[in-house]
Design a protein around this ligand. Sequence first.
Ligand SMILES: [Cu+2]
Length: 109
Amino acid sequence: MNVRLVCLLLALASPALVHATSEQTAPAEKAAVLHPLKGIVVDVMTSRQALMVKHEEIPGVMRAMTMMFRVEPEVLEAVKKGDAIKGLMGRDEHNRWILRDVVVVAAAN
Ligand SMILES: [Cu+2]
């Protein structure tokens, strides 16, 4: 079997593989929907591995409010009270609110 034939077979096979994979993972993908969020860190809750964030409205998802988000441990070191942040909010596999890809857009004075 030459290389070109192998490539052709892979090209023919891959859409079917992608389709099968996306069907199997659809529920997880749905649970992992993330929405852009902007807000201010109200508190760094190290013991709960979470931030309390006063966030702006997320159109179609959530009104503006102050709420807790679980974050990666390194985020707890990278942000401080009063920082303006942006990130992606969603829910984890336990249905808890999470914030991912947290970036400080304006550090607290
Ligand atoms: Cu909220």
